[in-house]
Design a protein around this ligand. Structure first.
Ligand SMILES: [Zn+2]
Length: 93
């Protein structure tokens, strides 16, 4: 992933890559994904997520919901599952 990205909110060109834990409650489960990449704008404070990152987050959440009975699910964003991942292979350059 690029180190900098343009802020969608104010157009500032150097929103900086930054990793954040993403947690949400869904269907009675607490799902935490660590190390989710996003771009944080130093000017307006807005965080921008790439579409592929959003999709991957949804996929991880989906997998957690289908996965057994644990009520708390913590997953590392880059810790990949075995199915031929999209992100792992080509995202971080
Ligand atoms: Zn901004």
């Amino acid at each position: 992933m690029e180190r900098y990205f343009e802020c969608v909110e104010c157009g500032y060109e150097k929103a900086e890559l930054n990793l954040k834990e993403h947690c949400e409650q869904k269907e009675g489960k607490q799902i935490c994904i660590t190390g989710v990449p996003r771009y944080l704008c130093p000017r307006c404070g807005e965080a921008t997520y790439l579409l592929k990152v959003e999709l991957e987050v949804e996929r991880i959440i989906d997998r957690c919901l289908k996965n057994g009975s644990d009520t708390v699910c913590t997953v590392g964003f880059m810790e990949k599952n075995s199915d031929s991942g999209s992100l792992n292979n080509n995202a971080i350059v």
